[in-house]
Design a protein around this ligand. Structure first.
Ligand SMILES: [Zn+2]
Length: 56
């Protein structure tokens, strides 16, 4: 996994090493701001995600 995920909330790179089996539809947590992110697309260089609103 060389693709990077940039958190849409805090714009930092999310540490994906904690998610070795990353797949579309998975939910990950930004290790910088704690935002919950749903994986939308996994590309060669970039992973795209969207913010998951919880508890609303
Ligand atoms: Zn973040």
């Amino acid at each position: 996994m060389n693709a990077k995920l940039v958190c849409p909330e805090c714009k930092n790179d999310v540490d994906l090493s904690r998610y070795p089996n990353l797949a579309v539809g998975m939910v990950v947590e930004c290790n910088h701001c704690g935002m919950t992110l749903a994986i939308k697309e996994i590309g060669d260089a970039e992973v795209k995600s969207e913010i998951v609103d919880e508890g609303k």
